[in-house]
Ligand binder design. Structure first.
Ligand code: G
Ligand code: G
Ligand code: MN
Ligand code: NA
Length: 254
Protein backbone atom coordinates (compact mmCIF):
# COMPACT_ATOMS: atom_id res chain seq x y z
CA UNK A 1 0.00 0.00 0.00
CA UNK A 2 2.88 2.30 0.85
CA UNK A 3 4.70 1.56 -2.38
CA UNK A 4 1.50 1.97 -4.37
CA UNK A 5 0.91 5.41 -2.87
CA UNK A 6 4.46 6.54 -3.65
CA UNK A 7 4.41 5.10 -7.13
CA UNK A 8 1.29 7.09 -7.94
CA UNK A 9 3.05 10.42 -8.42
CA UNK A 10 6.49 9.03 -9.23
CA UNK A 11 6.39 9.70 -12.98
CA UNK A 12 5.31 13.33 -12.53
CA UNK A 13 7.99 13.86 -9.88
CA UNK A 14 10.59 12.63 -12.36
CA UNK A 15 11.58 9.61 -10.27
CA UNK A 16 10.91 7.16 -13.08
CA UNK A 17 13.12 6.91 -16.13
CA UNK A 18 13.91 4.56 -18.96
CA UNK A 19 17.13 2.63 -19.37
CA UNK A 20 17.97 1.18 -22.79
CA UNK A 21 19.64 -2.14 -23.46
CA UNK A 22 21.07 -2.51 -26.97
CA UNK A 23 19.93 -5.38 -29.22
CA UNK A 24 22.30 -6.76 -31.88
CA UNK A 25 21.96 -8.67 -35.14
CA UNK A 26 23.82 -11.92 -34.50
CA UNK A 27 25.11 -12.51 -38.03
CA UNK A 28 27.23 -9.34 -38.19
CA UNK A 29 27.09 -7.86 -34.67
CA UNK A 30 25.41 -4.63 -35.78
CA UNK A 31 23.24 -2.85 -33.21
CA UNK A 32 19.69 -2.71 -34.57
CA UNK A 33 17.59 -1.54 -31.64
CA UNK A 34 17.16 -1.31 -27.88
CA UNK A 35 14.77 -2.50 -25.18
CA UNK A 36 13.29 0.14 -22.88
CA UNK A 37 13.44 -0.84 -19.21
CA UNK A 38 11.77 1.21 -16.52
CA UNK A 39 13.78 2.40 -13.49
CA UNK A 40 12.52 3.96 -10.28
CA UNK A 41 14.89 6.16 -8.32
CA UNK A 42 13.08 6.31 -5.00
CA UNK A 43 13.96 9.44 -2.94
CA UNK A 44 14.88 7.48 0.19
CA UNK A 45 15.13 3.81 -0.82
CA UNK A 46 17.30 4.35 -3.88
CA UNK A 47 16.91 2.37 -7.07
CA UNK A 48 13.91 0.02 -7.04
CA UNK A 49 13.81 -2.73 -9.68
CA UNK A 50 10.83 -3.06 -12.02
CA UNK A 51 10.39 -6.66 -10.90
CA UNK A 52 9.31 -5.13 -7.56
CA UNK A 53 7.05 -2.29 -8.68
CA UNK A 54 5.62 -3.43 -12.03
CA UNK A 55 3.52 -6.02 -10.21
CA UNK A 56 2.26 -3.33 -7.84
CA UNK A 57 1.40 -1.03 -10.75
CA UNK A 58 -0.32 -3.92 -12.50
CA UNK A 59 -2.42 -4.91 -9.48
CA UNK A 60 -3.59 -1.42 -8.52
CA UNK A 61 -4.29 -0.40 -12.09
CA UNK A 62 -1.64 2.31 -12.17
CA UNK A 63 -0.10 0.56 -15.16
CA UNK A 64 -2.98 1.91 -17.24
CA UNK A 65 -1.57 5.42 -16.91
CA UNK A 66 2.09 4.45 -16.52
CA UNK A 67 2.11 2.15 -19.54
CA UNK A 68 1.12 4.86 -22.04
CA UNK A 69 3.59 7.30 -20.45
CA UNK A 70 6.41 4.80 -20.95
CA UNK A 71 5.34 4.09 -24.52
CA UNK A 72 5.24 7.78 -25.38
CA UNK A 73 8.64 8.52 -23.84
CA UNK A 74 10.22 5.56 -25.64
CA UNK A 75 8.86 6.71 -29.01
CA UNK A 76 10.22 10.22 -28.53
CA UNK A 77 13.59 8.83 -27.41
CA UNK A 78 13.83 6.61 -30.50
CA UNK A 79 13.18 9.61 -32.75
CA UNK A 80 15.96 11.49 -30.93
CA UNK A 81 18.40 8.61 -31.59
CA UNK A 82 17.67 8.77 -35.27
CA UNK A 83 18.05 12.57 -35.35
CA UNK A 84 21.46 12.38 -33.72
CA UNK A 85 22.79 9.37 -35.57
CA UNK A 86 21.17 9.05 -38.99
CA UNK A 87 21.66 5.82 -40.93
CA UNK A 88 19.30 2.90 -40.46
CA UNK A 89 16.82 3.79 -37.71
CA UNK A 90 17.01 1.69 -34.53
CA UNK A 91 13.88 0.05 -33.20
CA UNK A 92 12.71 0.60 -29.64
CA UNK A 93 11.17 -2.34 -27.85
CA UNK A 94 8.66 -1.60 -25.08
CA UNK A 95 7.29 -4.04 -22.49
CA UNK A 96 3.51 -4.13 -22.33
CA UNK A 97 1.84 -5.66 -19.28
CA UNK A 98 -1.13 -8.07 -19.42
CA UNK A 99 -3.45 -5.46 -17.98
CA UNK A 100 -2.60 -2.96 -20.71
CA UNK A 101 -3.54 -5.60 -23.22
CA UNK A 102 -6.84 -6.45 -21.52
CA UNK A 103 -8.10 -3.02 -20.52
CA UNK A 104 -6.13 -0.37 -22.30
CA UNK A 105 -7.17 0.91 -25.71
CA UNK A 106 -3.72 -0.13 -26.85
CA UNK A 107 -4.15 0.38 -30.62
CA UNK A 108 -5.33 3.97 -30.02
CA UNK A 109 -2.55 4.66 -27.52
CA UNK A 110 0.04 3.30 -29.94
CA UNK A 111 -1.36 5.33 -32.85
CA UNK A 112 -1.28 8.53 -30.73
CA UNK A 113 2.32 7.93 -29.66
CA UNK A 114 3.47 7.27 -33.22
CA UNK A 115 1.67 10.31 -34.60
CA UNK A 116 2.87 12.71 -31.89
CA UNK A 117 6.49 11.52 -31.92
CA UNK A 118 6.78 10.97 -35.67
CA UNK A 119 8.30 7.51 -35.11
CA UNK A 120 7.89 5.06 -37.99
CA UNK A 121 5.58 2.20 -36.96
CA UNK A 122 8.15 -0.43 -37.98
CA UNK A 123 10.54 1.01 -35.40
CA UNK A 124 8.19 0.31 -32.51
CA UNK A 125 8.23 -3.21 -31.05
CA UNK A 126 5.88 -4.33 -28.29
CA UNK A 127 6.91 -7.11 -25.90
CA UNK A 128 4.11 -9.19 -24.46
CA UNK A 129 4.56 -12.05 -22.05
CA UNK A 130 3.09 -15.43 -22.84
CA UNK A 131 0.85 -15.14 -19.79
CA UNK A 132 -0.71 -12.00 -21.26
CA UNK A 133 -2.11 -13.93 -24.21
CA UNK A 134 -2.84 -17.27 -22.55
CA UNK A 135 -6.44 -17.85 -21.60
CA UNK A 136 -7.85 -15.19 -23.84
CA UNK A 137 -6.38 -16.04 -27.18
CA UNK A 138 -9.31 -14.90 -29.29
CA UNK A 139 -9.27 -11.41 -27.84
CA UNK A 140 -5.47 -11.29 -27.84
CA UNK A 141 -5.20 -12.47 -31.45
CA UNK A 142 -7.66 -9.87 -32.68
CA UNK A 143 -5.84 -7.13 -30.80
CA UNK A 144 -2.42 -8.24 -32.01
CA UNK A 145 -3.63 -8.41 -35.61
CA UNK A 146 -4.98 -4.89 -35.30
CA UNK A 147 -1.67 -3.67 -33.90
CA UNK A 148 0.39 -5.43 -36.55
CA UNK A 149 -1.74 -3.96 -39.34
CA UNK A 150 -0.39 -0.56 -38.33
CA UNK A 151 3.17 -1.80 -38.91
CA UNK A 152 4.15 -2.14 -35.26
CA UNK A 153 5.99 -5.37 -34.43
CA UNK A 154 4.86 -7.71 -31.69
CA UNK A 155 7.19 -9.96 -29.69
CA UNK A 156 6.45 -12.76 -27.24
CA UNK A 157 8.72 -12.09 -24.26
CA UNK A 158 10.11 -14.64 -21.77
CA UNK A 159 9.42 -17.27 -24.38
CA UNK A 160 9.70 -20.88 -23.26
CA UNK A 161 8.75 -20.25 -19.64
CA UNK A 162 5.00 -20.64 -20.23
CA UNK A 163 3.51 -24.10 -20.40
CA UNK A 164 2.04 -23.98 -23.86
CA UNK A 165 4.85 -22.03 -25.48
CA UNK A 166 5.37 -23.68 -28.81
CA UNK A 167 1.72 -24.33 -29.60
CA UNK A 168 1.03 -20.62 -29.16
CA UNK A 169 3.06 -19.72 -32.18
CA UNK A 170 0.36 -21.19 -34.37
CA UNK A 171 -2.55 -19.39 -32.72
CA UNK A 172 -1.20 -16.00 -31.77
CA UNK A 173 0.06 -13.75 -34.55
CA UNK A 174 3.48 -12.40 -33.57
CA UNK A 175 6.57 -11.16 -35.41
CA UNK A 176 9.06 -12.69 -33.06
CA UNK A 177 9.90 -14.48 -29.84
CA UNK A 178 12.43 -13.63 -27.16
CA UNK A 179 13.96 -16.78 -25.71
CA UNK A 180 14.01 -16.39 -21.94
CA UNK A 181 17.43 -15.91 -20.42
CA UNK A 182 16.98 -18.94 -18.17
CA UNK A 183 17.44 -21.12 -21.29
CA UNK A 184 20.35 -19.14 -22.69
CA UNK A 185 22.16 -19.25 -19.33
CA UNK A 186 23.09 -22.92 -19.69
CA UNK A 187 23.37 -23.56 -23.43
CA UNK A 188 27.14 -24.06 -23.12
CA UNK A 189 26.77 -26.79 -20.47
CA UNK A 190 23.29 -28.27 -20.71
CA UNK A 191 22.54 -30.18 -23.93
CA UNK A 192 18.80 -30.05 -23.19
CA UNK A 193 18.76 -26.26 -23.05
CA UNK A 194 20.79 -26.07 -26.25
CA UNK A 195 18.44 -28.53 -27.93
CA UNK A 196 15.41 -26.55 -26.83
CA UNK A 197 16.93 -23.26 -28.00
CA UNK A 198 17.82 -24.81 -31.34
CA UNK A 199 14.28 -26.22 -31.67
CA UNK A 200 12.68 -22.86 -30.88
CA UNK A 201 14.83 -21.18 -33.54
CA UNK A 202 13.96 -23.81 -36.16
CA UNK A 203 10.26 -23.74 -35.36
CA UNK A 204 10.11 -19.95 -35.35
CA UNK A 205 11.94 -19.73 -38.67
CA UNK A 206 9.61 -22.30 -40.22
CA UNK A 207 6.77 -19.87 -39.44
CA UNK A 208 8.64 -16.79 -40.61
CA UNK A 209 9.15 -15.58 -37.05
CA UNK A 210 12.25 -13.75 -35.80
CA UNK A 211 14.16 -14.97 -32.72
CA UNK A 212 15.91 -12.89 -30.05
CA UNK A 213 18.12 -14.49 -27.41
CA UNK A 214 18.08 -12.74 -24.04
CA UNK A 215 20.69 -12.81 -21.31
CA UNK A 216 23.79 -13.43 -23.42
CA UNK A 217 26.55 -13.11 -20.83
CA UNK A 218 29.43 -14.91 -22.53
CA UNK A 219 31.12 -14.82 -25.90
CA UNK A 220 30.71 -18.60 -26.20
CA UNK A 221 26.94 -18.28 -25.96
CA UNK A 222 26.95 -15.69 -28.69
CA UNK A 223 29.09 -17.90 -30.97
CA UNK A 224 26.79 -20.84 -30.38
CA UNK A 225 23.72 -18.73 -31.15
CA UNK A 226 25.34 -17.58 -34.36
CA UNK A 227 25.97 -21.19 -35.36
CA UNK A 228 22.33 -21.99 -34.67
CA UNK A 229 21.17 -19.08 -36.82
CA UNK A 230 19.57 -17.00 -34.03
CA UNK A 231 18.56 -13.60 -35.46
CA UNK A 232 19.09 -11.09 -32.63
CA UNK A 233 20.65 -11.06 -29.18
CA UNK A 234 20.94 -8.93 -26.07
CA UNK A 235 22.65 -9.42 -22.72
CA UNK A 236 25.39 -8.18 -20.42
CA UNK A 237 28.18 -9.46 -22.68
CA UNK A 238 26.81 -7.30 -25.50
CA UNK A 239 25.62 -4.32 -23.48
CA UNK A 240 23.99 -3.46 -20.15
CA UNK A 241 20.85 -1.34 -19.86
CA UNK A 242 22.00 2.31 -19.58
CA UNK A 243 20.19 5.63 -19.03
CA UNK A 244 19.01 7.53 -22.13
CA UNK A 245 21.86 10.06 -22.03
CA UNK A 246 24.46 7.31 -21.90
CA UNK A 247 22.77 5.37 -24.69
CA UNK A 248 22.70 8.49 -26.83
CA UNK A 249 26.43 9.01 -26.19
CA UNK A 250 27.08 5.42 -27.22
CA UNK A 251 25.44 6.14 -30.59
CA UNK A 252 27.49 9.25 -31.23
CA UNK A 253 30.84 9.01 -29.47
CA UNK A 254 32.30 12.50 -29.02
O1 G B 1 14.86 -4.23 -16.01
P1 G B 1 14.93 -5.56 -15.47
O2 G B 1 15.79 -4.64 -15.40
O3 G B 1 15.01 -5.74 -14.00
O4 G B 1 13.32 -5.76 -15.69
C1 G B 1 12.63 -6.68 -14.92
C2 G B 1 11.28 -6.97 -15.50
O5 G B 1 10.47 -5.79 -15.53
C3 G B 1 11.34 -7.49 -16.93
O6 G B 1 10.59 -8.69 -16.96
C4 G B 1 10.66 -6.45 -17.75
O7 G B 1 9.87 -7.06 -18.75
C5 G B 1 9.81 -5.67 -16.76
N1 G B 1 9.73 -4.27 -17.19
C6 G B 1 10.75 -3.40 -17.30
N2 G B 1 10.28 -2.20 -17.77
C7 G B 1 8.95 -2.36 -17.96
C8 G B 1 7.91 -1.49 -18.44
O8 G B 1 8.12 -0.35 -18.83
N3 G B 1 6.65 -2.00 -18.48
C9 G B 1 6.36 -3.28 -18.10
N4 G B 1 5.09 -3.70 -18.15
N5 G B 1 7.32 -4.13 -17.66
C10 G B 1 8.60 -3.68 -17.58
O1 G C 1 11.63 -10.03 -18.97
P1 G C 1 12.45 -9.01 -19.62
O2 G C 1 13.13 -9.62 -20.80
O3 G C 1 11.83 -7.80 -20.14
O4 G C 1 13.65 -8.73 -18.66
C1 G C 1 14.70 -7.93 -18.94
C2 G C 1 15.55 -8.03 -17.71
O5 G C 1 16.73 -8.80 -17.97
C3 G C 1 16.01 -6.73 -17.18
O6 G C 1 15.91 -6.83 -15.81
C4 G C 1 17.45 -6.66 -17.57
O7 G C 1 18.19 -5.82 -16.71
C5 G C 1 17.85 -8.11 -17.45
N1 G C 1 19.00 -8.52 -18.22
C6 G C 1 19.40 -8.04 -19.40
N2 G C 1 20.52 -8.68 -19.85
C7 G C 1 20.84 -9.59 -18.91
C8 G C 1 21.87 -10.56 -18.79
O8 G C 1 22.73 -10.74 -19.65
N3 G C 1 21.84 -11.33 -17.66
C9 G C 1 20.90 -11.20 -16.69
N4 G C 1 20.98 -12.00 -15.63
N5 G C 1 19.90 -10.29 -16.78
C10 G C 1 19.86 -9.50 -17.87
MN1 MN D 1 11.29 -7.69 -22.16
NA1 NA E 1 12.28 -11.68 -21.14
Amino acid sequence: VHLEHELRGAWDRGELSLAYQPVFRVSDGVMVGAEALLRWMHPTQGLIAPSVFIDVAEQCGLIETLGPQVLRAACFDAVAWHRSRGGDPLFVSVNVSPRQLRHGDLPEVVADCLRDSGLTAQCLHLELTETAVIGDETHASALLSKLRETGVKVWLDDFGTGFSGLSHLRRVPVDGVKIDRSFIADILRDPDDLALTTAIIALAHSQGITVVAEGVEKEGQYELLRERDCDLAQGYWLGHPVPMAEFQALLCPA
